[in-house]
Design a protein around this ligand. Structure first.
Ligand SMILES: C[S@@+](CC[C@H](N)C(=O)[O-])C[C@H]1O[C@@H](n2cnc3c(N)ncnc32)[C@H](O)[C@@H]1O
Ligand SMILES: [Zn+2]
Length: 357
């Protein structure tokens, strides 16, 4: 710690081996990542009631990482991706970040603001692959929500937990977990968010399927993925240009709005990543169908010529368009030069029917 810009330069204080209050209060929602049994808590660790494994807490972050079971048989990328993010925690904080600056940024970015306004003030939320935890911390500024931010990368989680500690955000907990072995009981969350993560795994659909099991019947899932077409401009820049060219051509880097350390995080994440895949709208609609998730809405909308408005209702059902509409919207993402790295978001609702079967 201490090597990044922003808030991490200040050391964490207090007893950082003690479990975060939210984990101690919500231990009933946790499950052993190795065997799935109930966990019990002591002051400084979680202990499995069945296999007796003990999960310690380091720097205020419960260590619940467990390897993917197919790690030996598949070309699993978990450790490579983990090493990449340990060296490049993403997206990182600005030096002046605070609850007030989060609110200002959310006003400008629209999406986080809409999410915050439209998610219930008492919701139980899981942010999978939370990175440095901005969204988790932001959503937890509503004091009755309970927000778990989980990620592989300890350096990212430390930044998130450091912010929460500094600004006394007590209803958020950051835990180290692998999304293929999440340490929660099924059907615990009103909302599961997973933005920009599954495409950095070796089995995105399998990861998605596991996330769905954690959503309560009638609850929501929001995933963000690189789009097959929207990602092409970034892929071309990555193949054809050196770092200088990329800094000149990438919209975000060129704009000069990012502090130097955050520009470097963006450059690494977008142009030097060891593993990424791309996905189409139709493919994710099929993931939804296979897992009993009803399509609700998306960013961008799946019907052509339907702009995203600043007062959009994220959780109000919208049409999923037809193939022609979806092709046009994806081509439009390409033509716009792959803004946001070509990321698209889809929101679905877990149907009660599927959950009961
Ligand atoms: C591009 S960052 C996205 C961070 C954040 N969600 C955001 O939107 O800014 C991807 C994150 O996914 C995490 N990640 C990748 N594979 C994972 C896995 N198998 N389990 C948990 N987290 C994972 C990485 O450590 C990294 O922090
Ligand atoms: Zn166990």
């Amino acid at each position: 710690m201490g090597t990044h810009g922003g808030v991490v330069d200040q050391p964490l204080s207090g007893n950082r081996q003690t479990l975060p209050p939210l984990v101690a209060q919500s231990v009933h929602v946790l499950a052993c990542p190795a065997c799935g049994a109930t966990l019990q808590h002591e002051a400084e660790a979680l202990i499995c009631s069945d296999c007796d494994r003990r999960y310690a807490c380091v720097d205020g972050i419960p260590q619940l990482f467990w390897p993917h079971e197919v790690v030996e048989s598949q070309a699993d990328v978990t450790r490579v991706v983990q090493a990449f993010y340990e060296a490049n925690p993403f997206p990182d904080y600005d030096a002046f970040d605070s609850p007030a600056s989060f609110k200002e940024k959310a006003e400008q970015g629209v999406f986080a603001k809409l999410l915050d306004e439209q998610v219930a003030p008492t919701a139980m939320i899981l942010d999978v692959g939370c990175g440095t935890g901005q969204l988790s911390n932001f959503l937890a500024l509503a004091p009755m929500r309970r927000v778990f931010g989980v990620d592989l990368c300890m350096n990212s989680l430390r930044l998130g937990a450091g912010f929460a500690q500094r600004y006394h955000v007590e209803n958020v907990a950051f835990c180290q977990m692998n999304l293929f072995r999440l340490a929660f009981k099924p059907k615990q969350f009103d909302l599961v968010v997973c933005q920009g993560v599954l495409h950095h795994t070796s089995r995105p659909y399998e990861g998605f399927r596991r996330l769905v099991t954690l959503v309560k019947p009638g609850g929501w899932i929001l995933i963000g993925l690189y789009n097959t077409f929207g990602r092409i401009p970034t892929q071309l820049r990555r193949m054809g240009l050196g770092p200088r060219g990329v800094y000149r051509m990438d919209r975000r880097l060129r704009s000069g709005t990012l502090a130097q350390h955050r520009a470097s995080r963006w450059f690494m994440d977008q142009y030097r990543h060891p593993h990424e895949s791309v996905h189409s709208f139709g493919e994710v609609l099929r993931w939804f169908q296979r897992t009993g998730v009803e399509f609700v809405s998306s960013i961008p909308h799946m019907t052509a010529w339907t702009p995203f408005r600043s007062d959009e209702q994220l959780f109000a059902p919208r049409p999923a368009g037809n193939r022609v509409h979806r092709a046009l919207v994806q081509l439009h993402m390409l033509v716009r030069g792959g803004r946001e790295g070509g990321l698209f978001m889809m929101i679905g609702r877990r149907s009660d029917r599927q959950c009961e079967s």
